[in-house]
Structures are given as C-alpha cells and as structure tokens.
Design a protein around this ligand. Structure first.
Ligand SMILES: Cc1cc2nc3c(=O)[nH]c(=O)nc-3n(C[C@H](O)[C@H](O)[C@H](O)COP(=O)(O)OP(=O)(O)OC[C@H]3O[C@@H](n4cnc5c(N)ncnc54)[C@H](O)[C@@H]3O)c2cc1C
Length: 379
C-alpha cells in the first residue's frame, strides 16, 4: 500500500480482514504526523448533497452510496474499540445577501429535481434551530442527509483497526513503482530500498501524481487553508452550517468536544504549505458574518492540506491498466465521505477480480472532461 492516509489505512484494514498480508508505506513522516495530509486537515463532512454541483451527478450517486455505508462502517470500527467521531446532526445551508438567497434557491430546486430531500426554512425558522446564527441570515435549507465525522478520530480509528488486524505501517517515501514484464512488482523508496509485493495499491492522496508510475495518473494538489476554533464554555453549534455569504462560501463543522472547524480555501498553488493573511482573514470574516459568536471563540489552529484533485473532480478507483497496480486516489473534496465505498470496491477488485458496478464508472480509463474546482466556478 502506498500511502497511510484515510484511503490507505481503510483499504489495508479491509484487506487484512480478508486474510491478506499488508504493508503500508506511509510517506516521508511518521504515521499520523500532521504534515499536509488531507486526512489531518480535512473538515470531516459527510455531505453528498451540499457538496454536489449541477454537473457532477455521477459523483453524487457515488457519494450517496458511500453515505449509506457509513452507519455499518462505524459499527464495525466500534467492534475494534475505535471511535471515528460520527455525528448524525444534519446540515443547515444558509444565505445572507439577496444574491446568496437566489443561489440557495437554485440549489434547492436542483435538490427537488434530483429527489434529494431538503426543507426550505425562513430566517426565523433557521434561527430557532440554530440560535447562534446571525440575524442577517436571509433564508436556509435543512439537509438532513448530510452529517459529519471527526476526520482525525477516523484516521486514528482506522490505523488502530488495521494494526489490530495485523497490518504493518512503515514510514518511507515511495519514489517509483517498479515493473517486470509490464506487471507492477514492487516499489522503490527514496532511500533506494526496494520493496516487493504481489499487489500494489496507490493511495498517496495529492502526492499520487508525483510518484514515478508505469501509467500516467493525473492527480494534482488542490490547496485548502482551514482553521479550528474552540467554544470553551461559550454556547456551541449543533448542526454543520454551510453558508453562501456575500458571494463567498464558508462552512462551520462542530465537534463533540467543542471544536468548530471553519473552512476552506480552494487554491491551485501546487504544494504551497503557507497559511496566508488573506486565507486566514477571509475565513475568520466569513465565519463571523454567519455566526458572530465565532469572534469570541479561541483560535486553536490554522492549517493547510492538499486535496487530491483530478481533471473531472472524481476519484480513480480500481484497475490502472497495469496488472498488479490498483488505484484508490483522487478523492478531491469527498475523500472522507468516500472511505467506506472505496475500501469495499478496491478490496473486491483485488480479492475477487471484479470492480463493483458502483465504482465501474470511476476507473482511470473513463473519458475525462476537465472541470474547474467548485469555488472557482463562482463569481
Ligand atoms: C482543507 C480540506 C478539507 C476537506 N474537507 C473534507 C470534508 O469535509 N469531507 C470530505 O469527504 N473530504 C474532505 N476533504 C478531502 C479529503 O480529506 C481527502 O479527499 C482524503 O483525505 C483523501 O484521502 P487519501 O488517503 O487519498 O489522502 P491523504 O489523507 O492526504 O493521505 C495521503 C497519504 O499518502 C502519503 N504519501 C504521500 N507521498 C507519499 C509517498 N511518496 N510514498 C508513500 N506515501 C506517501 C501521506 O503521507 C499520507 O499518508 C478535505 C480536504 C482538505 C485538504
């Protein structure tokens, strides 16, 4: 397994459950070192509905399928003694300016057209549900399907489950996948060490496209700046709140222990790990416009993570075209949500030799039309 983030740990766990011997090469730092892995930076929303846009209906179906797998997935993790911080509180999408309200209304129409259950709320109804919202919130949409987990707890839970099932995690930076007779046979590490394997899974997140592979896998880093506030003894949010706020988008994701994750920028900046003044200021400004009390919360952390972006914003699942090399990368904005489905699909592909129907449209062989990342599409 190349990569010990969410995908690598989940697939390794599932393979070990099927009796496979698995070694995960986790990357340059020690496992669970924050770095800029998306597993650490992420907001943990499980949000097929509010993450969708008007053109990506195939991805919407995939995301909805994965969401349905979450409750069982959480139960299975609980059987190993691990807790991924799963919350079933729904999501409230809110709008502030008249233009924002028009956008939200268009989105509500799209949901109606696609049988996605939502409920339109007035400002007063929204504030009855979430009294911490700004009185300037003009309209809202309650999206019951969209929930959340704590991605950091999820990552620890998966590593715990995998380790308990016998998976070996080892630090190391894979430089290349090696081949023999056109079959992938192992990896070469940056230290020149060679590791051989019957089967290799590429799950190196945003770094998947930087490794020397026998096939081109077009994954690029999409930078996200994100911050973590803590409510302390102040009143807390209950729902995840997503806002159209004066032409910008911001989300606030509450955790059981009082943290609120506020995110996130979407930037085509390569592997730029800087937190910028603009990044920090705009997130704090947008959060305060939606929920004024955030200005009183403690600012615990600013971080940067890299989403694994692909030309059409959808993941690469299953066969790479090179025998012995399977893909589980390019999950972009939905990689937390897609953990259960990805693990199931990839394990079925490796152990039974067939990719399930739900994943079949997401192989590397699909025709791809380049799509802009979501925030850049908007004025
Ligand atoms: C700011 C932000 C917010 C997000 N919010 C959400 C959200 O709310 N909901 C959601 O569903 N998704 C969200 N995502 C996306 C989600 O986090 C990712 O899609 C998901 O984490 C991808 O998982 P991964 O395992 O492919 O990559 P990662 O979690 O990034 O893991 C990559 C792994 O590969 C390793 N690696 C790197 N290079 C090498 C190498 N050369 N050799 C070996 N290993 C290597 C790394 O060390 C790491 O272990 C967000 C992402 C970001 C950045």
């Amino acid at each position: 397994m190349i990569g010990g983030g969410l995908m690598g740990a989940a697939i390794a766990w599932r393979l070990a459950q099927r009796g496979r011997e698995v070694t995960v090469v986790t990357g340059p730092g020690p496992i669970e070192a924050p770095g800029a892995t998306a597993a650490w930076a992420s907001a943990g929303m499980l949000a097929p509905v509010t993450e969708t846009n008007f053109t990506e209906t195939g991805l919407l179906d995939l995301n909805l399928d994965s969401l349905r797998r979450w409750p069982r997935f959480v139960d299975e993790l609980a059987d190993t003694g691990a807790d991924p911080g799963y919350r079933t509180d729904s999501t409230l999408s809110v709008a502030q300016s008249p233009d924002d309200a028009a956008r939200l209304s268009d989105f509500a129409d799209f949901c109606d057209d696609h049988d996605l259950t939502t409920k339109r709320l007035t400002s007063r109804e929204a504030r009855r549900l979430e009294p911490l919202l700004s009185p300037r919130v003009r309209s809202a949409l309650l999206v019951e399907a969209d929930v959340s987990c704590d991605n950091r707890m999820l990552w620890s839970a998966l590593i715990h489950a995998a380790t308990t099932a016998g998976v070996r995690f080892t630090p190391g930076e894979v430089e290349a996948v090696t081949t023999d007779d056109d079959r992938a046979t192992g990896v070469r590490l940056r230290t020149a060490e060679q590791v051989t394997a019957d089967h290799i899974v590429l799950a190196a997140g945003a770094w998947s496209g930087s490794i020397d592979l026998p096939v081109e896998v077009p994954v690029r880093p999409v930078k996200g700046q994100i911050l973590r506030l803590h409510a302390g003894t102040l009143p807390r949010l209950t729902h995840t709140v997503r806002a159209f706020s004066h032409g910008q988008e911001v989300y606030l994701v509450p955790r059981h222990h009082g943290e609120v994750v506020v995110g996130a920028s979407v930037e085509e900046m390569g592997f730029d790990t800087r937190v910028t003044g603009e990044g920090a200021w705009s997130l704090l400004r947008d959060a305060r416009q939606v929920m004024p009390l955030t200005a009183e919360y403690t600012l615990n952390e600013f971080s940067v993570g890299f989403r694994p972006g692909t030309p059409d914003n959808s993941p690469f699942l299953g066969p790479s075209g090179v025998p012995g090399l399977t893909l589980a990368c390019g999950h972009h904005r939905n990689g937390v949500l897609l953990v259960p489905l990805t693990a199931d699909a990839v394990v079925e592909h490796i152990t039974d030799g067939r990719l399930p129907d739900c994943a079949a449209p997401f192989t590397l062989a699909r025709p791809m039309t380049a799509r802009k990342p979501r925030r850049e599409e908007e004025p």
